[in-house]
Ligand binder design. Structure first.
Ligand code: ACO
Length: 436
């Protein structure tokens, strides 16, 4: 971290001594005020629920400028990566800091391909779930269970263990998501085919069956790959912070990633693509495009608790750059499949237009986020709605691992342990039960 010549001074109106706080400069983006000595020197904590103004770490991986609508992985704009690289190149970039050259690409692809199968006994573990279990419930269990199957890569403090766990997780997530899907629909699992690309292999495991040949559609494979690239990392979001916090106790990488999967499931985070598609379905049932006005009225009513899913973001106060790319992919996929007249897509486009012109959304800087379109694309590809968030988890796994490894490699890392402002009862005595 680069110290700044400028210092922040914290003063108190009750005459307590003021305190100088060091400032650090990021390479780009806001400076941070270092408050680590605040408690020791003043006996006070800072209060920031939801981390609205708190940087929990320093990181070299991903940069977001929410006002400009800019997203960089290791300095590269997301638009360039989405257009010129594939997902495994993006994984290499996030994990090791740079895009692979030709030889590194071959080597990395071979290392990942080598680990695509999962322990055969995972099938029996999977069979313990109800067939109608939500895929994210299954994924939370399966990813956590990896630590029971791969004992030789569970020491988070051993760099070799971390490396092999990283490769295993990236390689096995598509297999696990496809297995969870096949299990819920009662079809046989399809083994990975390592001659296929990462995304084509995932689609083969999802949609092929042993009875007939599965023909890949290049437009859909490219769309899948783009979904993976766009969701690969997003700096210190809720699930990534969960992975870091969980990993900070020294737990094994599989357990830490399982915690990330659990966090991602929520509708305010990764579950938004599923919630968005369900919302479109509900409006459709209400009467479709004609009922958008009525729906928007509910969204604006503070007492209704209805949100326009797929809109708004904690960091982006401009168009989410991933949404622009996903919108492009959405048109490409619907064009390739002849689905431009799909009623749900038409409804989504009408809803987007109305929301972008409405003062409620404009004044709050609420723009479509990536999930507004990714649900439509996934549905067109044939991915069932309850599986959307599992696909997001698959893609985000590399980001979670890169962030976890960065934290473990940071000499300043400590177990994460937030403080609190206690507003409960002061000390009191337990009375005998007859007197309570
Ligand atoms: N629909 C309607 N109103 C909204 C929405 C929305 N989707 N999002 C925010 N608002 C309103 C809030 O009610 C609030 O209004 P107020 O100032 O009158 O009280 C204002 O906009 C600011 O919103 P906050 O909730 O303070 O914003 P925050 O940064 O806490 O929340 C979040 C961001 C959780 C993403 C929110 O916008 C939301 O719930 N969106 C819908 C869910 C969604 O799409 N999530 C995906 C996020 S992207 C991802 O995980 C890949």
């Amino acid at each position: 971290m680069t110290p700044s010549d400028v210092k922040a001074t914290l003063s108190f109106s009750d005459g307590s001594p003021s305190m100088d706080l060091p400032l650090y400069k990021g390479n780009i983006g806001p400076d941070v005020i270092d408050i680590r000595k605040l408690y020791g020197q003043t006996g006070k904590f800072t209060y920031d629920p939801g981390f609205l103004s708190t940087a929990s770490c320093n990181s070299t991986i991903t940069y977001i400028d929410g006002d400009k609508g800019e997203l960089l992985y290791r300095g590269y704009p997301i638009e360039q990566l989405a257009k010129n690289c594939d997902f495994l190149e993006t994984c290499h970039l996030l994990l090791y800091g740079d895009l692979p050259d030709a030889a590194q690409r071959v080597d990395f692809t071979a290392r990942v391909s080598n680990h695509t199968m999962v322990h055969e006994q995972m099938q029996f573990f999977l069979r313990g779930f109800r067939r109608d279990a939500h895929p994210m419930a299954i994924m939370t269990g399966l990813v956590g269970a990896l630590s029971a199957f791969y004992h030789d890569s569970t020491d988070i403090n051993n760099p070799e263990h971390r490396e092999i766990a990283a490769i295993r997780l990236i390689a096995k997530m598509p297999t696990l998501v496809a297995m969870a899907y096949k299990y819920t629909c009662g079809q046989p699992y399809m083994y990975p085919k390592n001659k296929l690309s990462y995304s084509a292999n995932f689609m083969q495991m999802m949609f092929a069956n042993p009875c007939e040949e599965y023909v890949q559609n290049d437009v859909l494979v490219r769309a899948m790959d783009r979904i993976f690239i766009l969701h690969a990392d997003h700096e210190q979001n809720a699930s990534t912070s969960t992975v870091r916090l969980c990993g900070s106790s020294g737990t094994n990488p599989f357990a830490a990633i399982a915690a990330g999967v659990a966090c991602l499931w929520g509708p305010a985070h990764g579950g938004a693509n599923e919630a968005c598609l369900n919302m479109l379905g509900d409006i459709q049932k209400m009467g479709g495009v004609e009922k958008i006005g009525e729906f928007i009225k509910q969204v604006k009513d503070k007492n209704s608790n209805v949100k326009l899913m797929g809109f708004g973001h904690r960091v982006y106060k401009n168009y989410d750059p991933r949404a622009t790319l996903m919108r492009e992919t959405c048109h490409e996929v619907l064009g390739a499949l002849g689905l431009h007249d799909d009623p749900l897509f038409k409804l989504a486009m009408a809803l987007e237009k109305i929301a972008l012109e409405d003062d409620y959304f404009v004044s709050r800087k609420l723009y479509p986020n990536v999930d507004f379109y990714s649900g439509i694309v996934q549905r067109a590809i044939g991915i069932p709605v309850p599986l959307f968030t599992a696909v997001f988890a698959l893609a985000r796994t590399v980001g979670w691992i890169a962030q976890l490894n960065e934290m473990i490699g940071d000499p300043e890392y400590k177990i994460g342990r937030p403080r609190q402002l206690y507003v409960g009862a002061a000390q009191r005595n337990v009375l005998p039960i007859a007197q309570r």
